[in-house]
Design a protein around this ligand. Sequence first.
Ligand code: URA
Length: 236
Amino acid sequence: MERLQKVMAHAGIASRRKSEEIIAQGRVKVNGRVVTELGTKVFPDDIIEVDGKIITEEKKIYLLLNKPAGYVTTVDDPQGRKTVLDLIKGVSQRIYPVGRLDYDTSGLLILTNDGDLTHFLTHPSHQIDKTYRVEVKGHPGRSDLRKLAEGVELEDGITAPARVNSIRRRKQTTLFNITIHEGRNRQVRRMCEKIGFPVINLKRIAFAFLRLDGLPEGEFRFLSDQEVRRLKDLKE
Ligand code: URA
């Protein structure tokens, strides 16, 4: 049995809190009877109506966004900054980001209303690869980059082995790709800072097998059925 407001939220009616308000307003019927009690639990085969319309499980959707810097990866920002949802037009489902990118980080971000897949993809034990194109100030040498690959001692513990490649030196900066499977807060920035080369640009270019593939910044596309299947297959 599930709480009525949880079932309503899953069906995409509104957030759980808003659903509670809708229940309290007497707009919800369970098996034909108005329910206003907030603790009400329902069975999977109970018929739930909101404003006279029977609710059904919401269709799951999956988007890949090329996030620009200057957007927060939350649904709502207390400081009133722009959120990644401001970039998603024409989608009626309530979707949310899979994991986080910093305000200043750009690149590949998945958004979905599939809570199970989100949970799987963001759980540290599943070790999904994420690749970042990093630009740091200065010129780290081979031994510096080896430190990144072998593990850096951060305040929340040593980082897991990473892959570093595609190194390119510029006049004042160095670019390289780093692939990590952890998802700690500001991890790449903290790793580079720790070895003495602060990040000046960070972009996620891959998530598992997904790539940006020329998708312009600020735009999104829907994942294909095959891509969604492949993401779910990572579970097996
Ligand atoms: N690592 C970071 O430091 N920032 C991100 O946004 C993602 C990974």
